[in-house]
Write a protein that binds this ligand. Structure first.
Ligand code: GLU
Length: 309
């Protein structure tokens, strides 16, 4: 079997919070513990929100934390470019191979649709499937989703099924303003960059069947990558971490002079990788505490304890 290739794919739309940092740490650990390569990819596909200064800052913050990567926008590599904003030609080539149609439904019309409990989003009813509702308006591009249920087994969350036509509907691959959709870009990039293992936040679990469906349509010959959707970080109240918990972002901790080994220890404790009394640890040292063949097998999420930072 060829070596594992993992990746972290942040969107540079704001400072990295500790939840992002923990996901990055776990993705790094998963790849490195198995002797694999680690790729940094910048998901700046949404040009209305991404900013170069956030990219520069997040790369600095992750290096400060003690992570490293073999390929990325700042170090290059054989499968670049590693910024989605520079990969539009590849997304266009993929789009040209899919059965798509222009959609001129307005945001207001889409907002009025009932949401489904499956994804928390509305199911697109196919309004523009057979002709645009408002010809002459800027059109998004939707994929005419083939029917069929789609399932996969997540390394941490187990089996996950979705009937995409029923639960999501035809979804957008390119927005009306020309921005490529994350769903398409992520599939094209993970294939181009030969990613074998995707470790990312559990909030993306529901996107995975869509991405696997696209992968199958574009590359029926390729094996799917393995997925591990890691838990989102919990605040003191046991709920998803929020600003109310007063958790500083990674850059703020760096600038305040916090020792990175203390930040890594807090992140590692928050997922049960080290005992509660461990106050300092380096990412490299964590490689010795995980099982090499299943580095994420024993995650035990706990509230984040920032004492001593
Ligand atoms: N860019 C996405 C995010 O920052 C992650 C996408 C992925 O890992 O597939 O949430």
């Amino acid at each position: 079997m060829s070596a594992a290739r993992g990746r972290y794919a942040p969107s540079p739309t704001g400072p990295l919070h500790l939840g992002n940092a923990r996901t990055a740490l776990l993705a790094w650990l998963d790849a490195r513990a198995r002797g694999g390569a680690f790729v940094m990819r910048i998901e700046d596909v949404d040009f209305t929100r991404a900013r170069p200064e956030f990219e520069a800052r997040l790369l600095l913050d992750l290096r400060w934390l003690g992570l490293d990567w073999d390929e990325g926008p700042d170090v290059g590599g054989p499968f670049g470019p590693y910024r989605q904003s520079e990969r539009g030609d590849r997304y266009a080539a993929a789009l040209a191979r899919l059965d798509v149609y222009p959609c001129t439904c307005t945001r207001r019309e889409l907002r009025a649709l009932p949401v489904t409990s499956m994804t928390g989003e509305p199911v697109y009813p196919g309004t523009c499937r057979n002709g645009q509702s408002h010809p002459g308006r800027p059109a998004a591009v939707r994929w005419r989703v083939p029917a069929g249920s789609f399932g996969f087994v997540d390394r941490l969350c187990g089996e996950h099924h979705q009937d995409i036509a029923r639960d999501v509907g035809d979804f957008v691959l390119r927005r009306g303003d020309g921005a490529w959709a994350y769903q398409l870009a992520v599939v094209v990039d993970d294939v181009d960059m030969a990613i074998t293992d995707i470790v990312r936040g559990a909030d993306l679990l529901d996107s995975t069947p869509r991405q696997l469906h696209l992968l199958r349509a574009l590359h029926p010959e390729l094996p799917a990558p393995r997925f591990a959707h890691v838990p989102l970080i919990l605040g003191a109240a046991g709920a998803k971490l929020s600003k109310r918990d007063g958790a500083p972002d990674l850059g703020a901790l760096r600038e305040a002079g916090a020792p990175p080994a203390r930040v890594v220890a807090a992140l590692a404790r928050s997922v049960g990788l080290v005992p509660p009394d461990v106050r300092e640890v380096r990412p490299q040292e964590l490689l010795t505490v995980v099982q090499a063949d299943a580095p994420l097998a024993h995650l035990a999420p706990q509230p984040l304890d920032l004492a001593g930072l």
